[in-house]
Design a protein. Structure first.
Ligand SMILES: C[S@@+](CC[C@H](N)C(=O)[O-])C[C@H]1O[C@@H](n2cnc3c(N)ncnc32)[C@H](O)[C@@H]1O
Length: 206
């Protein structure tokens, strides 16, 4: 399964430029506003799970966040982001891994995921993702997870997705998490299509 997933995303990032993929966003303002609303200090550890070649890391560095990890299953996506950042790439920890099988002793205060969790359409994969989250998030850590809403697409990048509203997301994440905020966003893809996203800000209750 891991190999199939990796092959899919590697093919996407090898065939398309970073600003050609449907999820491209130059200025991830909704994510940034939620990150700032957590009240985290600049030195708190943040991970962008399935960050790919996203520009979020560039903006977080520019705002002074200094303990940043970008995780992705695609080494090509990570290399694209690294090259873009140039010398600043050394300020970031880059992790090539499947989030559903995240190993090591990394511990983060904020877990950010835009458009990754919603690809997990099998219960066993969602369980594995949530096990990774439980192991690697601070006991009172923050989670920002962005998924397609019920008005959003049913598939992306040729893969089926699971859509979420607040009730469904909370039922999936479980009672250890409380919902602090929900922002809706209409993302316009580089091809001009509109996609309805929900951005959930959750906090684990210590
Ligand atoms: C739709 S893209 C979103 C990328 C990025 N979060 C953004 O907002 O631009 C999904 C990303 O998740 C990565 N991905 C998919 N499944 C993954 C998994 N199981 N573990 C880690 N990364 C994964 C893909 O390689 C891709 O970069």
């Amino acid at each position: 399964m891991h190999d199939e997933r990796k092959a899919h995303w590697e093919k996407v990032y090898r065939e398309k430029a970073e600003d050609e993929v449907s999820w491209f966003i130059a200025d991830p303002e909704t994510s940034l506003s939620l990150v700032e609303s957590t009240g985290l200090s600049p030195a708190d550890p943040i991970i962008d799970v399935g960050g790919g070649a996203s520009h979020l890391v560039d903006h977080l560095l520019a705002r002074g966040y200094s303990d940043l990890t970008v995780l992705d299953i695609s080494p090509t996506a990570l290399e694209t982001a690294r090259r873009r950042l140039g010398a600043d790439a050394d300020k970031v920890r880059w992790l090539e891994a499947d989030v559903c099988a995240l190993e090591g002793d990394g511990r983060w205060r904020l877990w950010h995921d835009r458009a990754v969790f919603h690809f997990l359409v099998k219960a066993e994969d969602r369980r594995a993702y949530l096990d990774s989250l439980a192991r690697h998030l601070d006991p009172d850590g923050h989670v920002i997870v962005a998924t397609f809403s019920f008005e959003g697409p049913r598939e992306c990048s040729g893969l089926p997705v699971e859509q979420y509203d607040a009730d469904k997301l909370l039922a999936t994440f479980g009672s250890a998490f409380e919902l602090l905020n929900l922002l809706e966003e209409i993302h316009v893809t580089p091809a001009g299509k509109e996609q309805a996203f929900n951005y959930f800000h959750l906090r684990r209750q210590a």
